[in-house]
Design a binder for this molecule. Structure first.
Ligand code: HEM
Ligand SMILES: *[C@@H]1O[C@H](CO)[C@@H](O)[C@H](O)[C@H]1NC(C)=O
Ligand SMILES: CC(=O)N[C@H]1CO[C@H](CO)[C@@H](O)[C@@H]1O
Length: 324
């Protein structure tokens, strides 16, 4: 009888341990690098005080990293052949400031706890920190990610949403990453900061349909403003604020913009025009606490996508190259 009970207990423990292995925890570095969060925060704050772009650049880097090969810092890898994830055409706006933030934070962490903290975790911490610095909600970050061993430009296509996506396409690609429509709407609120290049939405101004060159869901004075900033055949490096009202504050004005026909991309505006998502947009527009809570929850879920843990992957020494 005792022997059976012992065996049963061992089996329960094995199941618990097996489940625990793939999971992130908040205090992962509590003994190996207890100050990691304050070290990262210090670097991110300094960089943010030098340039606001630190915030949108780092946040978008995290999103792109997680949706391609999981949150494993594969986006950080530079390749002499130009065939790593960051070399894919979709990267045009992956502003150097995001990469620079992670590289600098990693250097500061390595100086105190060498070889212990993954680049993937540093990117996750820095992404939370930039949201807070820009005025958004704070939240705890789960840690324990390992850095990936694969970074391929060819993996990017098909794994990231496009600015012309409709609601179904958005829901499908987020669902593949264990994120609900509610999470997707909350995460889209990241477009409350940062820039977009003209070519990502020019179709809405000049070639929407044969009967109407301008997308009728665009507010007409906003459309005028965009045409002024983005004339046809404009220099491809020209970019506009995605939130025309409060571009440097992480707030719920993004959703108020959608209600007013001032969503920059089709994929933004559709969240309001489609009745299946409209009520969430209305709620987030009215209630910033609700948006903040939903965004924080969705960021934690985003941070769990495709993570490597335990003995998978490696702890990169230099975030831009695999350990040799
Ligand atoms: C819902 C589907 C999404 C689509 C279709 C989308 C698409 C885009 C596009 C086309 C740009 C402009 C790139 C450029 O031309 O420079 C952009 C910028 C940006 N996106 Fe998204 N995005 C989506 C979701 C997200 C999510 C989930 C996040 C983060 C949580 C995010 C964060 C950002 C940020 C911060 C920028 C500005 C980057 C900068 O100024 O450097 N996006 N997005
Ligand atoms: C989604 O969640 C399931 C169940 O927890 C997990 O097995 C799967 O790996 C997750 N997918 C991604 C892309 O993280
Ligand atoms: C920041 C970055 O890595 N930019 C690259 C984006 O992709 C183009 C090619 O599509 C490269 O030329 C850029 O260097």
């Amino acid at each position: 009888m005792e022997a059976w009970r012992g065996l049963f207990l061992v089996m329960v423990m094995m199941i618990v341990m097996e489940r625990g292995e793939g999971q992130l925890v908040e205090n992962f570095y509590s003994s190996s690098c207890p100050n990691v969060e304050s070290i990262v925060n210090q670097v991110v704050s300094t960089k943010f005080s030098q340039t606001f772009t630190t915030a949108p650049a780092t946040l978008r880097l995290f999103f792109h990293d997680c949706f391609v090969e999981g949150c494993d810092a594969s986006i950080m890898i530079s390749s002499p052949n130009g065939d790593a994830e960051k070399d894919a055409p979709d990267n045009l706006s992956l502003a150097g400031d995001g990469f620079d933030t992670v590289t600098k934070a990693k250097q500061a962490v390595e100086a105190v706890c060498p070889g212990v903290v993954s680049c993937a975790d540093i990117l996750a911490i820095a992404s939370r920190d930039v949201v807070v610095l820009a005025g958004g909600p704070s939240f705890s970050v789960e840690l324990g990610r390992r850095d990936g061993l694969v970074s391929q430009a060819s993996d990017v296509a098909g794994n990231l949403p496009g600015p012309s996506f409709n609601l179904n396409q958005l829901n499908t690609i987020f669902a593949k990453n264990n994120l609900t429509q509610f999470d997707m709407i909350a995460l889209s609120g990241a477009h409350t900061v940062g820039f977009s290049h003209c070519n990502r939405f020019a179709n809405r101004l000049y070639s929407f349909s044969s009967s109407s060159p301008v997308d009728p869901s665009l507010d007409s004075s906003y459309a005028q403003q965009l045409m002024q900033a983005c004339p046809q055949n404009v220099d491809p490096s020209i970019a506009v604020d995605m939130d025309p009202v409060t571009p440097r504050t992480f707030d719920n004005v993004y959703y108020q913009n959608l209600i007013g026909g001032k969503g920059l991309f089709t994929s933004d505006e559709v969240l309001f025009t489609n009745t299946a998502s409209q009520s969430t947009v209305n709620d987030f527009a009215k209630n910033s606490n609700e948006f903040n809570g939903a965004f924080a929850t969705a960021m934690k879920k985003l941070g769990r996508v495709g993570v490597k843990t335990g003995s998978q992957g490696q702890i990169r020494i230099d975030c831009t190259s695999f350990n040799s």
